[in-house]
Design a protein around this ligand. Structure first.
Ligand code: GLP
Length: 260
């Protein structure tokens, strides 16, 4: 794992945006795996700004989001479809016909899950997978004990994830119980993974992911198996790392090492 520790949230987001911009510039038709969540909001805003001011183009990219709540239509204000539209798609030149999210309102979410996995494969797989991390170590909606060999499927959300996401809904009871998520194995097949975590609330999950055992109890720890996983952190999210000094020696202030 390449662990980049930046002084604060803003510099962490800028660093992550540099990596996305570099991928899209070198490979304009890249297949991007996109993520939702509060961590991603400033990243999408930064990428939109680079589109407006520096001509960063997403016109030829294809995108696949990680997950979607079951039971919400794309125009529901709390759906991830809506989140992506509002925070990113509306602000860049991505072709709407090449953006994809799981269909949370499909009559049979199991069929929709299989179809989504097949669509990713048909597109040639994901070049760059963006990821956040839940406080319980989830990636996408792969909750603790999710199979490390899992593919896109229906997952039941944990109580703690529903509590964390309740802020977007009118009440806890209205917070969906189920989601379609790409699997841990789907994520691991991406050619590169870029996980971003900011803030003290993520420090324990980040330490478990990077330095804990490889275990389904912390699905993000599966990234230890990925040959090209970059983790971008701010100081607060890096706070519980035992080998923090080492990462900072290899990548001072999150810069590439001499051999990257
Ligand atoms: C949700 C998403 C995850 C995301 C996580 C963290 O559960 N399914 O993909 O990583 O939230 O969100 P936040 O960035 O708001 O902490």
């Amino acid at each position: 794992m390449k662990v980049l520790i930046l002084p604060d949230q803003q510099t962490a987001i800028t660093r992550a945006a540099d990596i996305v911009a570099d991928t899209v510039t070198k490979q304009p038709d890249a297949v991007l795996g996109l993520a939702t969540g509060g961590t991603m909001v400033p990243l999408y805003s930064e990428l939109a700004q680079r589109h407006r001011e520096a001509g960063l183009s997403f016109a030829q990219t294809t995108s696949f989001n990680l997950d979607e709540y079951i039971g919400l239509s794309p125009d529901h204000p709390c759906s991830y479809h809506h989140f992506m539209q509002e925070t990113f798609f509306d602000h860049v030149d991505i072709d709407p016909s090449r953006t994809h999210l799981p269909k949370g309102d499909a009559p049979d979410p199991r069929i929709a899950s299989d179809a989504y996995e097949a669509l990713i494969a048909k597109a040639g797989g994901i070049d760059l997978q963006l990821l956040g991390i839940g406080q319980n170590g989830h990636i996408g909606f792969n909750e603790p004990t999710a199979s490390l060999g899992s593919r896109t499927r229906v997952k039941t959300l944990t109580h703690s994830t529903r509590q964390a996401n309740q802020r977007y809904f009118a009440s806890f009871d209205e917070t969906p119980k189920y989601a379609i998520t790409t699997g841990v194995a789907t994520i691991l097949e991406s050619r590169m993974c870029l996980l971003i975590a900011t803030g003290e609330a993520k420090a324990k999950a980040v330490a478990d992911m990077i330095e804990g055992p490889l275990t389904a109890v912390c699905p993000a720890s599966a990234l230890q198996l990925h040959a090209r996983a970059t983790i971008v952190l701010d100081e607060a999210a890096a706070g519980a790392l035992a080998l923090r000094d080492y990462y900072q020696t290899v990548h001072p202030e999150g810069r590439d090492s001499a051999f990257d």
